[in-house]
Design a protein around this ligand. Sequence first.
Ligand SMILES: *Cc1c(COP(=O)(O)O)cnc(C)c1O
Length: 393
Amino acid sequence: MASPDAIPLSKPDITELERQLVDEVLRSGRLALGPMTERFEAMVARRAGCEIGVATSSGTSALQLMLLGLGIGPGDEVITTPLSFIASANPILHVGALPVFVDVCPKTLNADPAAIEAAITPKTRAIMAVEAFGNPAYMDQYAQIAAKHEIILLEDSCEALGSRHAGRPCGSFGRAGAFGFYPNKQITTGEGGMLVTDDSALAEVVKSLRNQGRDSFPTTEGVGEGPRLGAWLQHHRIGFNYRMSEVTAAIGIGQMQRFDEIIERRQRVASLYIERLAGNEHIVLPTVLPDSEPSWFVFVIRLAAGYTAEERDRIIAGLRNHDIGAAPYFPCIHLQPPYRERFGFREGTFPVAESISGRTIALPFFGGMTAREVDLVGQTLDVMLSRENLSRS
Ligand SMILES: *Cc1c(COP(=O)(O)O)cnc(C)c1O
């Protein structure tokens, strides 16, 4: 159905370099646990301002291993935001702990530090901070609260690779951070994730857990042959297969080699949008704090206060009818069916997050977008908004 003029919601930025690196792996015969994974881990860790990277099968599995590696489990509470992708809370449930949601600040859309502090109980083990749409805020306050209450600050930085706050890279604020490389993220490997940390003991446990509980000998030695065969068949804990393949890591290396260019292209598109949409009284643009530098995961606007979710959904449908990708990022996690059923959450629990979530629109956003395409999205949005406002009066 999509016409050649369709503008998708997102589009991966893949070049000949990534294709060459994948080809190199396929020719090498070494498809798992090899040098590409180690190189990719070092590249992402350096960008995130951390000493160690542990590549995983997804951002979600990196988060699960982060929590398991720190011994967070049944009886523990982890404070987090309801205004995020569901995968920032699910891993807390996967390890048997309880996600405790707090409301967000209307300006930055990130968890309200005062609400976090008010939610701390003797069972609280950690704060899982999330940069909403990759746009960081309050990290210093989260760190102060964690230190004061002797709990752990963790970062689900899956939307924030390359973002910085107060001069520091996202992923480096807590004991550990997690990135995801799904095709709509700043960089992609198709599927994939990574834990980053300076904590070598945590990294060792996570490396073991991702590899069926084996000892974490250097990945380049560990393919289950020769003198290592004994170690390969020793399992010290009940682990998982959450490894990243060499093919996946090769794509990641290409993306990281082009990282500055990829992020510059995204920043350019974000600036084009801000210029095009500024001054439209019906639209609230993302707020970037003076000490924050987002690398732009998505470009999410919201309709002004007073618009309903139904009106927003009609505008999204109208954009899609014009072959313009748009989506309601994100429905609140606590109102998703399994969370409602399990915890009895109802509308009105987190009024700020819910009100914002009912008015957001993710617009098409990818590095290759042209000024003409941004303008076309702006024009179509103008038409949809005036249609909504005509039908109101
Ligand atoms: C994308 C994302 C994840 C999960 O990453 P996957 O690689 O898709 O598992 C987790 N948390 C947030 C906030 C995300 O945006």
